[in-house]
Design a protein around this ligand. Structure first.
Ligand SMILES: Nc1ncnc2c1ncn2[C@@H]1O[C@H](COP(=O)(O)OP(=O)(O)O)[C@@H](O)[C@H]1O
Ligand SMILES: [Mg+2]
Length: 254
């Protein structure tokens, strides 16, 4: 473990906008094969942190390495699957089928004018199979439930065959019944497919059993290496104003 190169290696990261501190002195590492949750209150800076890790936002200070490379030298973005917050909020009349959407996940792998080849087709089929949406492939995406749409967006991210999957608030709009299946699918991706997962949420009540480590982000970061050890983690979360007694309640209580 000690000598392994982390997928993300973040040192002393800070971000301010117009003099307002959004994130300060964040240092963390995410290793291959991990399943980590990033929790924190709304406005705590979770999305901003992720956008910096993806090169979509430039830090005011600090250093980011991805797969051992400085972020400015990193080019293999297809290794990183990203489902942004609210990605699945599409208009009811959005003119695309599930298959169209998942196909978009292959675009970065080929020239936009190239036709889809067998490798594309296999990757798209495989992604839909993993997210259990093959039977929905010809449906218009706007007609699906929130939970189904979320799985479509994840399948799109999986279509590029990423090594790590970053999901920003993927549980919003997923009804309680679907949540359990949804977590089972994610756990399977992590355990069987060996995909590293970063699960971001403001709702500590939804943190699943499968999570290995917990990062609490509220301008600063508190890293909890063993969320199953209740006390220390609850204390940490409390420090950051999060409803910590929910940490071990795996049912969605809201
Ligand atoms: N580019 C930006 N310009 C201005 N404010 C920003 C920008 N990015 C983030 N913020 C502010 O940073 C804070 C953290 O936002 P965000 O990262 O979305 O938090 P979270 O995802 O934890 O809810 C919010 O107050 C937000 O308004
Ligand atoms: Mg956010």
């Amino acid at each position: 473990m000690k000598f392994k190169v982390p997928i993300f290696d973040v040192k002393n990261l800070s971000f301010s906008v117009r003099g307002q501190k959004i994130l300060s002195h964040i240092s963390l590492e995410i290793f291959n094969g991990e399943y980590v949750a990033i929790i924190g209150p709304n406005g705590g800076g979770k999305t901003t942190l992720i956008r910096m890790l993806l090169g979509l936002e430039t830090p005011t200070n600090g250093e980011i390495k991805i797969f051992g490379k400085k972020i400015k030298d990193f080019k293999q973005w297809q290794k990183i699957g990203y489902v942004p917050q609210r990605a699945s909020h599409v208009d009811a009349n959005f003119p695309a089928t599930v298959l169209d959407i998942v196909n978009m996940g292959r675009v970065s792998q080929r020239s936009i004018f190239a036709r889809t080849n067998n490798e594309d087709k296999e990757a798209v089929h495989d992604a839909m199979l993993k997210m259990d949406i093959l039977d929905l492939k010809d449906k218009m995406v706007g007609t699906l439930s929130g939970g189904q749409r979320q799985r479509v967006m994840i399948a799109r991210a999986l279509a590029s065959k990423p090594e790590i999957l970053i999901l920003d608030e993927p549980n919003t709009g997923v009804d309680m019944l679907s949540q359990k299946n949804f977590y089972a699918l994610l756990a399977n991706l992590n355990k069987e497919e060996k995909i590293t997962i970063v699960f971001i949420t403001h709702d500590i009540g939804v943190i699943a059993d499968d999570i290995g480590r917990l990062f609490t982000i509220n301008q600063k970061a508190v890293i909890c290496n063993n969320p199953k050890e209740a006390l220390s983690c609850e204390e940490m979360s409390e420090l950051y104003g999060i409803d910590a007694h929910l940490v071990h309640n795996h049912k969605h209580v809201h």
